[in-house]
Each structure stands twice: as structure tokens, then as C-alpha cells.
Write a protein that binds this ligand. Sequence first.
Ligand code: FE2
Length: 231
Amino acid sequence: MIKSSRTSLLRASRFITRPNNASAFIGSIRTKYSLPTLDYELDALEPHISGQINDLHYNKHHKTYVDNLNKSIEAAVEAKSKGEIKKLIALQKALNFNGGGYVNHCLWWKNLAPQSAGGGHKPSDDSPLGKQIIKQFGSVDKLIEITNGKLAGIQGSGWAFIVKNKENGGAIEVITTANQDTVSDVNLVPLIAIDAWEHAYYLQYQNVKADYFKALWNVINWKEAERRFEF
Ligand SMILES: [Fe+2]
């Protein structure tokens, strides 16, 4: 079921900015965005993230962002062709929300891995990412503690990102965004994206989101973070 989607994460560009088949437009025919293919089964992150949550999160929530992003783009293309500037401006919020929802969740799924596939396995001290983390934070655990503090501080829905700042000598930073806002600064390379929306945890952790923030590090795909750190 989850292997059926056609899009491969981080394939056409570094951070999932293009629809299928690389080219956004072929003449007047535009290819559409679609759900990414997952590298694991939906229940493979248990007991830390339940299969039920992943099923709803992937097949309902992420799918909705995909569908609404495609609708927003179609509406924008039509508005542009008709010279409807006010409509184009009005569509920016929908493009930002659904485009961010699409990109953030693509990062999210790739940021996770079953423990049997290396999930939760922290970068070694002598890896480029491990060295940078130790230099700045002293340990991976300290970076996790700081990230969890930022996650706890998110009011309402949002995301936390561990990023590499290319403008600041490749320093690692932890930032948060509201709603589905994504990391749009081209100098910031998202290494890890963490979903702090209730739909990501409530069925399993109810109101105790601190337990979710603590548990998810058991299935974080640090290998993917190390790969992105090389960009
Ligand atoms: Fe989500």
C-alpha cells in the first residue's frame, strides 16, 4: 500500500520542491504533486508512533495537503492566465499552507526510520554532523533537549526544525514555525523536521505531548540528517 506512490523523496531536488517527473510543466500540461513513497511500513515505528497515527497522518492529513496544493496551483495558473491579480494574491495563503504541509511532511517521513533500520541511532562523534553537534552543544542529547524545549514552546500547531545555517559557517540551529510554514530560507538546510501538530500524536499520547516529543527520538533517522548536513 505505502509503496504505491510514485514520488521519491529528495530526488528531483534537495528539498522536495518539484512535482513528479522533475519537470513542472510540459507545454500546458503540468504534472501534479503526489504522496511520497515511504521507506517503511506504517506500523514499523511502533511502539513510539502507532500504525494508526501513521495511517491517518499519511493517508489522510498528508494526502489532503497534496490534493489542496494541486488545487491551489491549478487555481493560480488559471488566475494568472486570466490576469486576475487579486485572485492570485488571495491564493498565496493557500499555496503557503498546503505547499508547506506537503514539503514538511515529506521531510518528516524521511526523517523517521524503524529502529531495525537505524532509527534512533545517533550520529557518531567523528562524523561531520556529530562533530558539529559536539562542538556547539556538547552532545546529541543536549541538542535533543534544546529541540524538545522549542517543541514544548510551540503554541497551537507548528513545526520544529534542526537546520544547518550555510550563512553562518554551517552552524546548527533549532527553529520553529507556526502552522505549516516551512523553512523557505535557502541558506537554511533542514536536517530534521518534527511535526508538533496534534494529529501527529494525540491518538496515542493524548494531552501528554512531552511524552511524544521524548519518544520520537527513538525513531529519528539520523542517517538522513547526516546526508543533508553534507549539502
Ligand atoms: Fe502532520
